[in-house]
Design a protein around this ligand. Structure first.
Ligand code: AMP
Ligand code: MG
Length: 507
C-alpha cells in the first residue's frame, strides 16, 4: 500500500502544551485526555464497576506527591473510593484501550480486558502520566474474563515495580492497591483488589498491531505522530516519522533490556502487547529475579519451552520490534522494497545498541572506567564460571566489593580464583584508584533484589491481613544500593535455591 504522510488529510496533532498546566482541582487532580482524541477504533469509553467494600491496602505517598496529588486527603475513604473505581476523580473520562498482540508467537486481538484508564495526570512539573485502574471490572475487550484481579498478584506487581524503580530501571509504577471486599474466582476464591498503575503511557507494540490489523492507515499515522510527540518530542518533526519512531523505540528497548539483564530480571511474558513504546517495563505477571546465574532461567508456569527465558530476552525484544516494524512498513516508504530495507536497517541497529549498553553496564559492574579490547571476554569468563558453580547472580557481583557488613560472598572454586586474578590485573591497568572502582561497583551492583521467597512471604502474610512483612520488604527494596544497612535475611537466596520456583500469570 502506497501511503505518504502528506496525503493523510489529517490535521497535525499535537499534545496540549504543558507550559499551560491547568491549575489543579480538588486534591490535586489535573486529568487530561490526549489519548481519547486518537481515532475511535483505538478505545472505548467504559466506567469501572463499583465494588462492595473498598479499602486501601497500600498507598504510595511519595509517588502521589510527585504526581501533585494530595497524599493525605487521598489516604483514607476518598482514596479507597477513587482507587477502587467506586467514585471517579474530578475530570476523569474513563476508557479501555484496544490492542492486539503476539502471545507466545501467536497473533490475537486483545485490549484492556480488566484495566480502565482514568486519564492523564499532569504533574506540577508538567509531565503527563496515565493513571489506570487494573482489575476495575469488565470492558468490551474482556472476552471471557471477569475484568477483576486478585490481591496477591496486584501486591506482587506493586512490590516488584517499585523495586525496579528503586533499582533505576524504567518502569510503570504503582500508586495504590485497593482491596475490593469481594472474592474473585480462580482455582479457588481469592480476595479481589484493584491496582492503580502509573505509566508514561500504555502505548504498546500491540496498539500498532491492532491498527494495522484493522487496515486503518490513518489510525496508524495518528499513532506514529502521537507516540513521537508523547515520548520522543525532540524527534517529533522528523522527515520520516515512522522510521524515526522505529529507531527511537529500538534504542530505548535496547537500553531497557540491558538494564534487565544487569539485575537478573526475567519478565516472563514478553508478548508484543506487553512491550511499551515508552521504554518502560510493563505488565508484571509471572516475572521474577534470577538467583543462581543460568541463562536458561524460566519461572513462568506456562512458558514450557523457555521462550521468555532470561538469556532469550534481548532476542525476543528484537523479534517484537520486528512485529512493530511490520505494522509501519506502509508508512516507512511508498514502495515495499525500500520500506523493508529501512525496517531491516533499524532492526539491525538493535543488536549494536544492546551490545553497547550491555558492555557499558557490565564494565560498571566490574568497576572498570576504561575500555580494553578484551573486556567482553573478561565478562564472559566470569559469567561462564558463575554458570558452572550456580553462583548467585546478585551476591557474586556484590561480593566483588567486600564490605564487612555485606556478607556477600564470591564463589570459592579455582576457576573463579583464576578469573579474579585476571580481573585484578585489569583493574591495575586503569588510572582510577581502588576506592573509585569500589564506588562504581557499589552504585551498579544492588545489595538487595526482590528475592522470590521474600516476596512470597510478604504476600502470604498480607493475605492473612498482616501487612508488616510487606512494609518492611518495601522499605528495604527502596534502597537497593546500600551495601551496609540491610539484614542478611534480605540478601541471601532461599536456602534451597529457587530451582523449583514457579510464577503464574497475574489473573
Ligand atoms: P496479560 O497476560 O496480563 O498481559 O493479559 C493479556 C490479556 O488478557 C489482556 O488483554 C488483559 O486485559 C486480558 N485479561 C487478563 N486477565 C483478565 C481478566 N481477569 N478479565 C478480563 N481480561 C483479562
Ligand atoms: Mg498485558
Amino acid at each position: 500500500m502506497a501511503v505518504s504522510r502528506k496525503s493523510s488529510g489529517m490535521p497535525p496533532r499535537s499534545l496540549p502544551s504543558v507550559s499551560l498546566v491547568p491549575s489543579p482541582g480538588k486534591d490535586g487532580w489535573r486529568l487530561e485526555h490526549s489519548y481519547a482524541q486518537l481515532p475511535a477504533l483505538l478505545h472505548t469509553a467504559v466506567e469501572p464497576t463499583p465494588v462492595a467494600m473498598p479499602r486501601l491496602v497500600v498507598w504510595n505517598r511519595p509517588l502521589a506527591e510527585s504526581l501533585g496529588l494530595d497524599a493525605i486527603a487521598l489516604a483514607g475513604e476518598e482514596g479507597a473510593a477513587i482507587f477502587s473505581g467506586n467514585r471517579l476523580p474530578p475530570g476523569a473520562a474513563p476508557l479501555a484501550q484496544a490492542y492486539a498482540g503476539h502471545q507466545y508467537g501467536h497473533f490475537t486481538t486483545l485490549g484492556d480486558g480488566r484495566a480502565i484508564l482514568l486519564g492523564e495526570q499532569i504533574t506540577p512539573r508538567g509531565e503527563r502520566f496515565d493513571l489506570q485502574l487494573k482489575g476495575a471490572g469488565p470492558t468490551p475487550y474482556s472476552r471471557r474474563g471477569d475484568g477483576r484481579a486478585a490481591l496477591g498478584p496486584m501486591l506482587r506487581e506493586y512490590i516488584i515495580s517499585e523495586a525496579m524503580h528503586a533499582l533505576g530501571i524504567p518502569t510503570t509504577r504503582s500508586l495504590a492497591v485497593t482491596a475490593t471486599g469481594q472474592p474473585v474466582y480462580r482455582q479457588s476464591a481469592l480476595p479481589g483488589a484493584v491496582l492503580t498503575r502509573v505509566a508514561a503511557s500504555h502505548l504498546r507494540v500491540g496498539t500498532f498491531q491492532w491498527a494495522a490489523a484493522k487496515g486503518d492507515a490513518a489510525a496508524l499515522r495518528a499513532l506514529v505522530d502521537y507516540t513521537l510527540r508523547r515520548h520522543f518530542p525532540d524527534r517529533a518533526d522528523a522527515e520520516n516519522p515512522a522510521h524515526t519512531l522505529l529507531t527511537a523505540v529500538m534504542e530505548s528497548q535496547a537500553a531497557l533490556l540491558a538494564r534487565w539483564m544487569f539485575v537478573g530480571f526475567v519478565h516472563g511474558v514478553m508478548n508484543t502487547d506487553n512491550m511499551a513504546l515508552s521504554g518502560e517495563t510493563i505488565d508484571y505477571g509471572p516475572c521474577a529475579f534470577m538467583d543462581a546465574y543460568d541463562p536458561a532461567t524460566v519461572f513462568s508456569s506456562i512458558d514450557a519451552h523457555g521462550r521468555y527465558a532470561y538469556g532469550n530476552q534481548p532476542g525476543i525484544a528484537q523479534w517484537n520490534l520486528a512485529r512493530l516494524a511490520e505494522t509501519l512498513l506502509p508508512l516507512l516508504h511508498a514502495e515495499e522494497a525500500p520500506a523493508i530495507a529501512l525496517a531491516t536497517e533499524a532492526l539491525d541497529g538493535f543488536v549494536k545498541h544492546y551490545q553497547r549498553h550491555w558492555l557499558a553496564d557490565m564494565r560498571r559492574k566490574l568497576g572498570l572506567f576504561t575500555e580494553e579490547a578484551d573486556d567482553a571476554l573478561l565478562i564472559e569468563g566470569l559469567l561462564a564460571s558463575m554458570q558452572k558453580t550456580k553462583a548467585d547472580f546478585t551476591n557474586t557481583f556484590a561480593g566483588l566489593t567486600p564490605v564487612p557488613e555485606s556478607h556477600a560472598a564470591v564463589p570459592g572454586d579455582e576457576e573463579f580464583a583464576r578469573w579474579h586474578e585476571r580481573w585484578q590485573a585489569r583493574l591495575g591497568r586503569q588510572p582510577q584508584t581502588p576506592g573509585e572502582s569500589s564506588q562504581l561497583r557499589h552504585a551498579h551492583n544492588p545489595a538487595v533484589i526482590p528475592r522470590n521467597h521474600l516476596v512470597e512471604a510478604a504476600l502470604a502474610a498480607a493475605e492473612q491481613n498482616d501487612l508488616s512483612v510487606m512494609e518492611r520488604l518495601l522499605a528495604v527494596l527502596a534502597d537497593p544500593y546500600d551495601h551496609t544497612r540491610h539484614d542478611l535475611a534480605y540478601r541471601l537466596p532461599a536456602p534451597d535455591g529457587s530451582a523449583g520456583y514457579r510464577t503464574f500469570c497475574g489473573t
